[in-house]
Write a protein that binds this ligand. Structure first.
Ligand SMILES: C[S@@+](CC[C@H](N)C(=O)[O-])C[C@H]1O[C@@H](n2cnc3c(N)ncnc32)[C@H](O)[C@@H]1O
Length: 386
């Protein structure tokens, strides 16, 4: 079989509403970031699409392609991957491509037909269940009194669930022989603060003490009232500025969700000073670097305000991760939530390891900030630790 005939045959099976699911795997280049791609049909606003789910080392990304775009997409992917396993309504196929694009096509008839689920929004396995009434979510207005997530609060519900997943992944790094001390900086209406208290204390039975801190007096007072009403004894809310908060000597986990601009850096700096084992931080509106950037080699990009703003935000988060590495953390920037739900989609995850940086790592950081002309707030905050 010729390569172009294979693409034609495969895409006509997909486009004739036959696909149940498929996996494209075996990247030709070992360095390829995408490990495999899963395909399934989905119906979006009444239109049949194929959803491509790209599996990277640590994250998944999706895009939904209309049928007219399928041949080019499949062709593009099969230039880079060597195996396809696909289940159609009446047959299963296995395609293997050699290094030189020689094709082995195996097909097997399917006796029982499978019903295809076209729902794009099949129920997700959230740690906080969509159909369970949670008193704190009802009080915070995320759920109706009978426990349904309100339509306009779905994004918030997804965000806190995703954040709780990251907290769940970090449990091994937290102490088990004493109460775990947790700070949520810039907690605002404190959806996350309540959610993590509920998940860790009420569902997992961990001994924890949680504080949510924010500038907004009235909002914080209301949160404290809710915590009192629900008998959440080890959850407190304080009014205050992160920069003035020096009550603690030791904290195990610091979280922030969309703490504005350098408020994120203030929180990171405090976490480092307290030797927090776990830092989970989703930054927001990073303006600081935007006014500092001064790198003629980047003018082609930075002349465009929009690009400059995005570049500044990405550079800020990269600098934050690098600084955390230099002070003994294993730090990563991970996808928090897909772009379709919020553009603020990077999560900084840092676990304390105590590893000292090499001279090379320190120099790499210095060269980067010098190149940008940046004087990061967090670097100044951490100068005694660098
Ligand atoms: C976008 S809101 C996010 C609130 C909450 N974490 C959430 O995701 O729903 C940012 C919050 O950070 C708080 N904030 C900003 N700077 C702060 C500071 N220096 N100290 C304490 N809170 C601060 C604001 O008052 C605001 O409530």
């Amino acid at each position: 079989m010729e390569y172009k005939d294979m693409i034609e045959q495969l895409t006509s099976l997909i486009n004739n509403n036959q696909l149940i699911s498929a996996t494209i795997s075996q990247p030709r280049a070992k360095s390829d970031e995408i490990k495999r791609i899963r395909l399934k049909p989905v119906e979006l606003q009444g239109v049949y699409h194929i959803q491509f789910e790209y599996q990277y080392e640590r994250i998944l990304k999706h895009d939904n392609i209309e049928l007219s775009g399928i041949p080019a997409k499949i062709d593009f992917l099969l230039q880079q991957f060597r195996q396809v396993q696909a289940e159609f309504k009446e047959e299963k196929i296995h395609i293997q491509l050699s290094k030189k694009f020689k094709i082995l096509w195996k097909s097997e008839r399917v006796v029982t037909k499978t019903v295809v689920n076209l729902s794009h929004n099949r129920k997700k396995n959230y740690l906080l269940d969509e159909d369970t009434a949670y008193p704190f979510l009802i009080r915070l207005g995320v759920q109706t009194p009978d426990g349904k997530v309100k339509k306009q609060k779905h994004d918030k519900f997804r965000q806190i669930n995703r954040f709780v997943e990251f907290i769940d992944d970090a449990l091994d790094y937290l102490p088990k022989d004493r109460p775990v001390r947790i700070l949520d900086f810039g907690s605002g209406k404190s959806y996350l603060t309540f959610a993590l208290y509920h998940y860790l204390h009420i569902e997992k039975g961990l001994d924890i003490k949680v504080t949510g801190l924010d500038l907004k007096k009235e909002v914080i007072e209301e949160c404290q009232q809710i915590a009192n009403d629900l008998n959440y004894d080890n959850l407190e809310f304080l009014v205050g500025d992160i920069n003035d908060y020096n009550e603690e000597t030791s904290v195990d986990m610091v979280v922030t969700l969309h703490a504005c601009d350098v408020a994120t850096d203030m929180a990171l700096a405090r976490a480092v000073k307290w030797g927090a084992k776990v830092i989970l931080s989703v930054p927001c509106c990073q303006h600081e670097l935007n006014t500092q950037l001064n790198s003629p080699s980047l003018d082609v990009m930075l002349q465009h305000g929009l690009v400059k703003e995005r570049f500044a935000a990405l550079a800020t988060d990269s600098i934050r991760a690098e600084l955390l590495k230099l002070v003994g953390y294993e730090a990563q920037l991970l996808e928090f939530i897909d772009m379709e739900h919020t553009p603020k989609n990077i999560l900084i995850r840092a676990y304390f390891t105590g590893k000292r940086p090499t001279t090379g790592e320190q120099e790499k950081y210095k060269a980067f900030v010098e190149f940008l002309g940046a004087k990061p707030f967090l670097e100044k905050e951490l100068q005694n630790y660098l």
